[in-house]
Write a protein that binds this ligand. Sequence first.
Ligand SMILES: Cc1cc2nc3c(=O)[nH]c(=O)nc-3n(C[C@H](O)[C@H](O)[C@H](O)COP(=O)(O)O)c2cc1C
Length: 360
Amino acid sequence: MVSQVPFKTLSELQRVGERTLPAGVREYVQGGSEEERTLRANRDAFGHYHLLPRVLVNVQEVRTDTELLGRKTPQPFFIAPTAYQTLVHPEGERAMARGAAANGVLHVVSTLSNFSLEDVSDAAPGGERWFQLYVHRDRHVTESLVRRAERAHYRALVLTVDVPVLGTRDRQEEADFHLDPSMPLGNLDPEVPPSRLGPLTQREHAEHRIDPSLTWEILGWLKERCGLPLLVKGILSPADARRALDEGASGVIVSNHGGRQLDGTPATLEALPGVARALGDEGEVYLDGGVRRGSDVLLALALGARGVGLGRPPLWALAAGGAEGVRRWAELLREEFGNALALTGCREVKDVGPGLLFQK
Ligand SMILES: Cc1cc2nc3c(=O)[nH]c(=O)nc-3n(C[C@H](O)[C@H](O)[C@H](O)COP(=O)(O)O)c2cc1C
């Protein structure tokens, strides 16, 4: 359903998006793992910190732009990678790309996209994109993927490391969520025969592709084959964050996969300060998980993130209004972020720091 009237608020986009998702797909998108403690914690953590506004600062002109991995961007948030977007909208990743590019929003494209990474680029040629990599059991497949991403002008590789195996996803199991084995996966040949005929669970679909034997050796292997900067996504431990840098990464994304992998991990916002301290200014720190509003973006930046990713919100926007829904979502979020800057007495992103945090 595409609304004729522009969506007025982010909450409205979320409500309409959630309602529009087909049953089954809704459980797949919304759900977390096991009892969903981590899923809830991600969101709740934004209520555990408070912002302390400074007043009587001239905020007539407020700028939301910043740099992510050295490239200018109009806002410090990006679209986190999410798989199989044609489940949400027939134009899937291509519509997501168009909506993102309309506001200059960085779009991270998943290995498990329905459209190929080249098709996604062609849908919005001027757009800024990073490629999210799941390392395939067959390294030739991985090598070809990263070379294709570089050729198609993706600006970074995001190596996801928190899915050696899939988390236990009760909600989608109970909803009997299955994937059609004939669903196109534009980045991967249909080379791996499905383990059986008929619809597959997500576990069956993903696990026979993703390599569970991966170790730190993969970072050097990728750096030898690809000139793009590398971010490691799915880091919670400060020691792992340091190791990622030592092995050649430019930074990390503090993430627990939106509460979909190990249940019981800390909220990403709570893990962020430790990781930011461990890296200092030697590497860039990003965060995703539970970010919904402009003030959330500000809080994450105050706690040490250079930028934040959002996973479910752009999917709700895509479901609610296709490319136009995504465009409107990004516009609203940027406006809110600008508003939060002004209300805390910041004129630009550089003014955001730990001084904005309320200490009892
Ligand atoms: C439906 C769905 C599919 C996802 N697919 C991927 C994926 O293919 N690759 C990946 O690295 N992360 C994937 N993620 C995780 C997101 O990139 C991100 O870490 C998470 O959604 C952030 O939490 P949020 O949804 O609360 O913003 C997925 C998340 C969701 C909700």
